[in-house]
Design a protein around this ligand. Sequence first.
Ligand code: ATP
Ligand code: MG
Length: 580
Amino acid sequence: MKDSDTDSKDSSAGSAPANFIRNMIAQDLASNKHRGRVHTRFPPEPNGYLHIGHAKSICLNFSLAEENKGFCNLRFDDTNPAKESQEYVDAIKDNITWLGFRWNGDVRYSSSYFDHLYDFALQLIKKSLAYVCSLSPEEAREYRGTLTEPGRNSPDRDRSVQGNLDLFARMRAGEFADGEYSLRAKIDMASPNINMRDPVLYRIRHISHHQTGDTWRIYPTYDYTHCISDAIENITHSLCTLEFEDHRPLYDWILHNLDNGSLHAVSDLKESVADYVLPQQTEFAKLRLNYTMMGKRKLKEMVETGVVEGWDDPRMPTLAGMRRRGFTPAAIRHFCESVGVSRSESVVDMSMLEHAIREDLDRNAPRVMCVLNPLKVVLTNLGEGQVEHLEMANHPKDESMGKRIVPFAREIVIDKSDFEESPPPGFKRLISGGEVRLRGAYVIRCDEVVKSSDGEVKQLNCSIDPDTLGNQPAGRKVKGVIHWVSAEHGIPAKIRLYDRLFNAENPESKDIADYHEILNPDSLSELEGCLVEPSAFANGAVTQFQFEREGYFCVDEQDSTDTLPIFNRTITLRDSWSNS
Ligand code: ATP
Ligand code: MG
């Protein structure tokens, strides 16, 4: 296969569509706001596998850095060890690399800033901007108030600085049980923004962390950690999805209340503090796709309860699943670019993603023939043991993809659906007594239909017209062209046909009480005894094909064995979504 990566980069270079984030960065560069720097980050929490929504964020962050000769960090926002694991860390790194992006320097972890985060918490306590609170999580919820009612101050809000420092140190030392105390910012319990009502900065969790082991008994919250991690890494543009818009005041509050000098001191910035500029958070709308479940919690549940076979099940919207399904990095990147970036939520049609996949595979996947449901055809005027080696193009429009040799012999198979005893009107393929062209080979005529005792068609006896190799037979109209594989030379394979996982357009709709009820029972079907043209195995590096007339397929690297190759159908040749 051609290097589709380079292909798509060439075609999109310099033509990135404008959007409000690109415009903002251009303005920031013009005003020298960040001293000419563009430094973004992709900040996954390692609590699941990445999905196509994350790909949008990855493409956005990495492309903006690349376009502006900046940098993009990969940072795991790993503040909730109860839900995180090394498996997810590894899978996320693998997915990003697969998509074709390279992060700046080493992988970052928020957990590697835990010491700094602790010190900054001391700073807030000393400024009387944070306090240790003894309300239980339930009480704290009750004190917080509602959207219409202000909250109430914690009874601990006015504890002395020394008292807070002492309790916080004892929290760290592991003296208290989970939930007994928390550290909270002292902001405003009457704020209309609930995120500003003395949010929790640290909670006690007696639990090991995948990166820091048993060092910590207290863990910082996401909101507290995220902004400081951005500041430590000198991120200029902190891009996140819209649900964080109401958290932005807290993001800014934390950073503005810490000494700029002490942030600069622990940051990556080598230049002087005069050049140290705090990061700016900007929100954009999440990618949503119809017929697709994107919530990590539900995806995890589907994996754990066996609704799908794993995070990389080819029906999953995860990058691991899409990869196994045969979706290509170039196509996914192209899709993410084409959906655009905006501040209004909208649902993207699945056919748009599929269009990008088809376009890429049409260009890059070599053609071979595979018969999914074989029907034996004996070509009676060919001798036993006679084999012709027919030369066929690997791609109908791209000569650079070369040619292949396809063996043609007395016994071949065609697809059951390409023969009809009682053809419907307009049927152009093989009928009893009729003619059809074998792709890249001869015109054949069906002379005899052999049936089993129960009337099932078992075999067709046909004859070839030897003058029709590459020629239209004079004076006859042969409209149909069908694919075929030599029965003796074809390689038996198993094929998995995938369809949508959910039958409902919005599987995450509130009207759907239980997603099990909208699962498509036919999302996976398996075909055994398919026959694939041997040239598909001639070059082990090529694993994606168009099976002529059937669709695009890829080798399932995980489940294929030396004796039984397994192919996954990536996608059909035509859009099957819009007319459903
Ligand atoms: P959850 O909130 O369930 O943990 P998440 O999808 O927000 O899931 P993160 O690991 O926090 O998970 O996401 C990493 C980054 O990807 C964040 O910046 C987030 O805003 C972004 N992101 C997540 N989902 C989408 C989406 N559907 N479209 C675009 N960006 C997304
Ligand atoms: Mg999140």
